[in-house]
Design a protein around this ligand. Structure first.
Ligand code: PEP
Ligand code: MN
Length: 336
């Protein structure tokens, strides 16, 4: 349920509504707009006495929320949300380009890549220190040593860092080094992890599970939002279909569908969604044209010798080319 307060409602009136909601054993989330405040009611039960809220001074009306996700729904927040990470703003007029290796492998690899990303016009650095690999015998990431290198790369370039968190225990450690968590496809429905990153109040890039529906992605976002952590950015990264010529199938529909259903920023990861370097630029163009708020791209100085995802990683010159091409696309759709 959404309680819409009138434009001249006072703070005391807003507090009285919150008190009544809590009295009915539910939780109130305030969304303060430029004109008015709306109060989103969530919880396990439903509002037993709607009239007790409707009758309070300053309340304009009560509207039911039609979707199972509440705080993620565009109904509660008709304008796009912006998520700020350092100087980078997701969901604003700028298309955000994140680049970097699948895995952090060495100081030389990471610092060279970070500088290439920055010089080409990328705004943020990615790189996994804890890697969710399909095989236990594949490279599992450098762990804390990888995080130290990421922090060093930020120091050298000024680019904020996004890196994957795989378990709640890793949260405090990663927060010391990075600027944003990535939750990978394989953990999209790891509910303990979602609760914990929600509590952390730290920005989150939440990737869609490879077999997850769009509604399930939004329900996972809701877990994080339910803790009052509003810094959630969604990422389409391809889904598993019967098609075998590419690693995954880019669900380009997901971009406009998500932009309709939610106010949260929407990124696209063409590296994982295609799995092949030569398709990354065309699908990046498609993403921007479809309304994505940014791209996350795997880049490596020597993709043929990468410890993970080399086949889908761009060389530096290819990343620079991608930036040039997406700049033109961005201008064509009124973005920068
Ligand atoms: C990654 O970003 O390297 C990764 C493992 O992504 P996903 O979770 O989308 O497979
Ligand atoms: Mn990868």
């Amino acid at each position: 349920m959404i309680v819409t307060m009138s434009t001249n409602a006072t703070q005391a009136q807003i507090s009285a509504v919150v008190e009544e909601i809590e009295h009915q054993s539910l939780t109130a989330h305030l969304i303060r707009g430029t004109e008015r405040t709306v109060i989103v009611i969530v919880g396990q039960g439903k509002l037993e006495s709607q009239d007790a809220v409707r009758g309070l001074p300053g309340v304009q009306n009560l509207t039911p929320i039609t979707h199972p996700y509440k705080l993620a729904s565009r109904q509660v927040h008709p304008q796009d949300s912006q998520v700020q990470v350092g100087d980078v703003q997701f969901g604003g007029p700028d298309i955000v380009l994140i680049g970097g290796p699948c895995s952090v492998e060495s100081r030389k690899q990471l610092i060279e890549t970070a500088k290439a990303i920055r010089d080409a016009g990328g705004q943020m650095l990615r790189g996994g220190a804890f890697k969710p690999r399909s095989s236990p015998y594949s490279f599992q990431g450098m762990g804390e040593a990888g995080l130290e290198l990421l922090a060093e790369a930020r120091e050298a370039t000024g680019l904020p860092i996004v890196t994957e968190v795989m378990a709640p225990e890793q949260i405090p450690l990663i927060m010391r080094y990075a600027d944003m968590f990535q939750i990978g496809a394989r953990n999209m429905q790891n509910y303990n992890l979602l609760h914990a990153v929600g509590e952390s109040q730290f920005p989150v890039l939440l990737k869609r599970g490879m077999s997850a529906t769009i509604d399930e992605l939004l329900m996972s976002a809701e877990y994080i939002l339910s803790h009052g952590n509003r810094r959630v950015v969604l990422c389409e990264r391809g889904i598993r279909t019967y098609e075998t010529t590419t690693r995954n199938t880019t669900d380009i529909n997901a971009v406009p569908v998500l932009k309709t259903l939610t106010h949260l920023p929407v990124m696209l990861d063409p590296s994982h969604s295609t799995g092949q370097r030569n398709y990354v630029i065309p699908i990046s163009r498609a993403a921007i044209a479809a309304g994505a708020d940014g791209l996350i791209i795997e880049v490596h100085p020597d993709p043929d010798h990468a410890l993970s995802d080399g086949g889908q990683s761009l060389r530096f010159d290819q990343f620079a080319e991608l930036v040039q091409q997406t700049r033109k696309l961005a201008a064509a759709v009124g973005r920068s």
